[in-house]
Write a protein that binds this ligand. Structure first.
Ligand SMILES: Cc1cc2nc3c(=O)[nH]c(=O)nc-3n(C[C@H](O)[C@H](O)[C@H](O)COP(=O)(O)OP(=O)(O)OC[C@H]3O[C@@H](n4cnc5c(N)ncnc54)[C@H](O)[C@@H]3O)c2cc1C
Ligand SMILES: NC(=O)c1ccc[n+]([C@@H]2O[C@H](COP(=O)([O-])OP(=O)(O)OC[C@H]3O[C@@H](n4cnc5c(N)ncnc54)[C@H](O)[C@@H]3O)[C@@H](O)[C@H]2O)c1
Length: 488
């Protein structure tokens, strides 16, 4: 559409600029919204307060996987006779950290900023704040820029770690996922509070690099929203690597001894745990504080409710959107990028005068959020899931049938690793004869889960899935075995 217009006033007055779309936050979600609307012929500016690329690129997905991969590669080689003999020693810590640093570009965002430019997207650095309908003020270096959106403001500002109200926590320089993914040295001992995905992955990563890790978990086990067998096998893997997992415990207070730097956690069972570092991995919350939501009639720290096109339903006139972690629908990078594609399609369609009602599976509807959110936990063994667990499917009132299979019995798996251990569970909606959920645990299963995503999204009847023949001897022959066990 039109090119952005901009007016520069006296130095102490705000600079004003107008775009079709103003995106706040240049994480994976914001970058994709901007890219897609520009490709659709609209003008776009992205506002970023920290680094272009967001949490994912520097403090989350990328560095955590870079930390985890070397130990996984070693374990894979050690699982194959003939290769095992060539592998000696343990991971080279400084090489692992150097590779991690390279993956996060030493925390510099020049490359991603350059990509924005090459994609025709303007960048305004600074923290954005809503100041009125379709207006975002950005303050940086004592100057303020006011950006006006002709069609849409899209909030893609992500989430930040939640610190629970544990007495003493504020005074011990506790790690959050940011420190856990960027640390430059291996702590002798690390305590991890929380048994979710961050807790499990960081326990695996730092334990493999030589830290003595203790996980403090308030519930009965790890990964509470996963199939119990998957959580149990991840716990078994962590324990096998020397991680101590203490379940059913709460931390009453923490303190760091000044002279030694040692942190002591005092638990509700009367025991204590000491460590050099203490990682809080107890979930994340949207970064809505200070965003100026009240200036457009929303509660200042309130939850943003969105429809399937990510349009905020509490705001009249439909100009405000929220995509990615901020809307709490599916807080994962790939789902944020998916929402970005849907949201951008909706904005572009509406800008061109179409209603773009978010009907299920329309290109402007993030329908998969409700049915097929894949996730891989990169522990050893890996766990991968998509769709509903058996319990979730039953709670949803579906007529459920479950099929399970030991992945190690698949020829491809036994060739992949000697004595391969893994397990698969398929949840079938009997009424429609379609897969609604799948959970896999075992080495390399992260690469197998997409087949289940395709089956769920495509609502492929099992009788037709039968004709999707997996190659021999690949691990994906698991699909044949599952369908045979189902009775086909
Ligand atoms: C340790 C860890 C590991 C993870 N691993 C994975 C994984 O393997 N796979 C996966 O799919 N997901 C993973 N996640 C989740 C993933 O990081 C998030 O889902 C993803 O980053 C969300 O993207 P986003 O664009 O919505 O937000 P973010 O990546 O958080 O980006 C938001 C951006 O907005 C900016 N911003 C915020 N407020 C403002 C403002 N007012 N003005 C201007 N800019 C602002 C921020 O600086 C940031 O750059 C992980 C998370 C953690 C913590
Ligand atoms: N591989 C991946 O896909 C990946 C990796 C890391 C993070 N992530 C995403 O990042 C987000 C954050 O992950 P996370 O692990 O921090 O959150 P989470 O919600 O997955 O897990 C938090 C855990 O902390 C526990 N907890 C909460 N309050 C507590 C307290 N006061 N004391 C003790 N335990 C407490 C919860 O019971 C839960 O088990 C999630 O959306 C996750 O999916 C994804």
């Amino acid at each position: 559409m039109q090119n952005p217009t901009s007016t520069t006033h006296e130095p102490d007055l705000p600079t004003a600029a107008e775009y079709d779309v103003v995106v706040v936050g240049a994480g994976p979600t914001g970058e994709n919204v901007a890219d897609r609307v520009v490709k659709a012929g609209l003008s776009a500016v992205v506002v970023e307060g920290e680094r272009v690329g967001g949490e994912c690129s520097y403090f989350a997905c990328v560095p955590s996987k870079a930390l985890l991969r070397p130990a996984a590669a070693l374990a894979q080689a050690r699982a194959v006779a003939g290769a095992r003999e060539a592998v000696t020693g343990s991971p080279d810590v400084s090489a692992v950290l150097a590779r991690r640093d390279a993956f996060v570009s030493d925390l510099r965002d020049d490359g991603q900023a350059q990509w924005l430019k090459s994609a025709g997207i303007d960048l305004v650095r600074g923290w954005g704040r809503l100041v009125a309908e379709r207006r975002v003020a950005v303050r940086a270096d004592s100057a303020t820029t006011v950006l006006t959106a002709r069609h849409a403001v899209v909030l893609c500002i992500g989430s930040s770690a939640v610190l629970p109200p544990v007495p003493g926590l504020a005074g011990i320089s506790a790690w959050t996922s940011r420190e856990a993914t960027t640390a430059g040295a291996v702590p002798d001992r690390l305590v991890v509070l929380g048994g979710g995905v961050v807790g499990c992955e960081m326990a695996a990563a730092w334990s493999a690099l030589g830290s003595k890790v203790t996980m403090l978990v308030r519930g009965e086990g790890l990964l509470p929203s996963w199939e119990p067998f998957a959580a149990a096998q991840v716990a078994e893997g962590l324990r096998g690597d020397g991680v101590e997992i203490r379940t059913g415990v709460a931390v009453e207070r923490v303190a760091r001894e000044k002279s030694t730097g040692v942190v002591t956690a005092f638990l509700d069972d009367g025991s204590t745990v000491e460590s050099e570092e203490f990682l809080v991995a107890t979930g994340r919350a949207p970064r809505t504080a200070g965003l100026g939501l009240e200036t457009v009639g929303l509660a200042p720290d309130g939850r943003l409710l969105v429809d399937d096109s990510c349009r905020v339903t509490q705001v009249a006139a439909g100009w405000l959107y929220a995509a990615g972690d901020i809307n709490q629908r599916s807080p994962l990078t790939h789902m944020g990028k998916y929402q970005a594609r849907a949201c951008a399609a909706a904005i572009a369609a509406r800008a061109h005068g179409r209603r773009a009602e978010p009907a299920p599976w329309a290109s402007w509807a993030a329908t998969a959020d409700h049915h097929a959110v894949p996730q891989v936990v990169f522990t050893r063994p890996e766990a991968a899931a998509v769709g509903r667990t058996e319990e979730q499917a039953r709670r949803a009132g579906l007529q459920v049938r479950v099929v399970e299979y030991p992945i190690g019995d698949v020829a491809g798996a036994s060739l992949f690793a000697d004595g391969y251990r893994g397990h698969a569970k398929l949840v079938v909606d009997e009424q429609r004869s379609v897969v609604v959920g799948c959970t896999l645990v075992g080495p390399g299963v992260g690469e197998l889960i997409h087949a289940a995503t395709v089956a769920i999204v495509g609502e492929v009847p099992l009788e037709r899935l039968w004709h999707a023949v997996p190659a021999f001897p690949a691990m994906s022959e698991l699909w044949l075995r599952l369908l045979e066990r189902y009775g086909l």
